[in-house]
Write a protein that binds this ligand. Structure first.
Ligand SMILES: Nc1ncnc2c1ncn2[C@@H]1O[C@H](COP(=O)(O)OP(=O)(O)OP(=O)(O)O)[C@@H](O)[C@H]1O
Ligand SMILES: [Mg+2]
Length: 286
């Protein structure tokens, strides 16, 4: 199989039309890769691609929307409120924040509704910390998601779709050295320990695996996804978010889970590309 790596830059469309590939594997992590836009462009060009459709990406990318969908599918996700910057401006920040604390309690966790890599995200232990957390959040997005803080073990479950449907990979337990899985803990070598499979009782391991496949199906995702969860001290599983373009570097969670499952990233990628091509063939010759 011939593979070419291309950046999403001004040369991309010309290259795709001059020498159209059989399929594209979008590997952009973060907004560009997850908000559906790049897949919209691939649809415009008429090329098959690996992964979820633009519409499904948009739903998954917007955390409050994704939470509502998975909650309707039976998963637990922290109680929350999502409010745009203007509401605080128009109604008075202090009054709105008081209501939030009164309703959701403390501690809280604040993050942009659309974002990644924990940027603009942080815990709030006391009401006095909330205004600063909101300012930090609004530096990265226009709408804030304020959730109940869940303490427990962070788990990521990747899902790969195969002939027999979405298959969960072994759960990865994330243990940041500094206790917080923030931006530095994600990208500085050695600052986070990943334990695979996660040290969970068998029944909890089954629950997190099922939660990830439920999220994948309920959100109408395709080919691959990674669901981020927290398991609290009582073993209850809380859905945080799902990623339609999970990190794919050699230290990222999905590739590490594949290795633990004795699967080869190259072979899995080839199979996903083949699925994308055959979807397209079915569509053009129904
Ligand atoms: N309700 C919560 N309670 C406790 N910690 C939380 C909560 N929500 C998020 N976190 C922490 O913040 C991190 C980032 O949150 P989340 O995974 O929702 O957003 P993200 O920035 O999109 O992440 P990613 O880089 O995985 O795309 C989580 O990995 C977790 O450590
Ligand atoms: Mg996450």
């Amino acid at each position: 199989m011939d593979v070419e790596v291309r950046d999403a830059d001004a040369a991309l469309l010309a290259a795709l039309s001059a020498d159209p590939p059989d399929a594209v594997f979008p590997l952009l992590h973060g907004a560009a890769g997850e908000d559906g836009a790049i897949r919209d462009v691939l649809e415009l060009v008429g090329l098959p691609y690996v992964g979820a459709t633009p519409g499904a990406c948009r739903v998954a990318w917007d955390k409050p929307t994704a939470k509502a969908v998975v909650r309707a599918a039976g998963l637990l996700t922290p109680d929350s409120v999502a409010l745009p910057k203007e509401i605080f401006h128009d109604l008075g920040a202090a009054a709105v924040l008081d209501r939030i604390v009164a309703r959701l309690g403390l501690p809280l966790f604040v993050k942009p509704t659309r974002g990644g890599s924990a940027l603009g995200a942080g815990p709030v232990r006391e009401a006095a910390e909330l205004p600063a957390a909101m300012v930090g959040c609004f530096a990265y997005g226009d709408t804030a998601l304020i959730e109940r803080f869940i303490s427990g073990t962070e788990i990521a479950v990747s899902v790969i779709e195969e002939e027999n449907g979405p298959q969960p990979l072994p759960p990865v337990e994330i243990v940041p050295a500094g206790g917080r899985y923030d931006y530095a803990a994600r990208y500085e070598a050695g600052s986070t320990e990943l334990i695979i499979p996660a040290r969970l009782p068998l029944s909890t391991a089954a629950t997190v695996a099922e939660a990830a496949t439920t999220a994948h199906r309920a959100l109408g995702l395709r080919d691959l996804s990674r669901t981020d969860l927290i398991v609290d001290a009582s073993g209850t599983v809380h859905f945080l978010e799902v990623n339609v373009a999970p990190g794919m570097t050699e230290t990222s969670l999905l590739p590490i889970a594949l290795t633990a499952a004795h699967r080869d990233l190259g072979t899995v990628s080839r199979d996903l590309l083949a699925r994308a091509v055959s979807r397209e063939t079915t569509r053009s010759n129904p």
